[in-house]
Design a protein around this ligand. Structure first.
Ligand code: FE2
Ligand code: FE2
Length: 185
């Protein structure tokens, strides 16, 4: 398996940086649907960048935007619940042995559904207020903090099945995942 390199910028406006990652997620999802692509490599890259991105958002970005009154507690919590659902779908994808099975395709579609929903909502309800309610200096500081944490997690092999299992178990304990059969909007 060849490796897909994950961009590791070190500075920028947090809104632009997060948007760049969202576009990277979309291109990796396209690879995961493409039978001629290296789907093992795309899965490994998506797992790592998705976990690093979301965990760093929860630790650095959401709390700071809340302190600046750009978003409220409900929006932050809702974002975290959507991360938990996406991470659970990611775990199901990591559990697939082969990449050329119906099970793999179904797991990709479930993950794409959760992810596309979340990035759309995050861009509209979290990043938009960050553009208007938070000044540029804060967005740049936040960009640096978010990238530093993202990079630390990537170095810790956060895309491994063991790491993702722990992240999902924690979300479950914290009540961020819907009960079996219950749909969340
Ligand atoms: Fe995001
Ligand atoms: Fe997010």
């Amino acid at each position: 398996m060849s490796e897909i390199s994950i961009p590791r910028p070190t500075q920028g406006d947090v809104v632009d940086l997060i948007l760049d990652d969202h576009r990277f997620f979309e291109s990796l999802l396209r690879d995961l649907r493409d039978a001629t692509a290296d789907r093992e490599a795309a899965r490994a890259a998506l797992s790592a960048v998705l976990i690093a991105h979301g965990e760093a958002e929860e630790e650095k970005v959401y709390p700071q935007l809340q302190r600046k009154d750009a978003i409220d507690e409900h929006e932050a919590e809702h974002g975290e619940e959507e991360h938990a659902e996406g991470n659970q779908a990611l775990l199901h994808l990591l559990e697939c042995k082969g990449t050329d099975t119906q099970k793999f395709d179904d797991a990709v579609e479930k993950l794409a559904e959760a992810l596309n929903h979340h990035i759309g909502e995050e861009e509209q309800t979290i990043l938009n207020p960050a553009r208007t309610e938070v000044d540029e200096k804060v967005r740049r500081d936040l960009g640096e903090q978010w990238l530093a944490r993202r990079s630390e997690l990537l170095d810790a092999d956060c895309g491994s099945i063991e790491f993702v299992t722990k992240v999902v178990a924690r979300a479950e304990r914290e009540g961020k995942l819907p009960d079996e059969g219950e749909e969340k909007d």
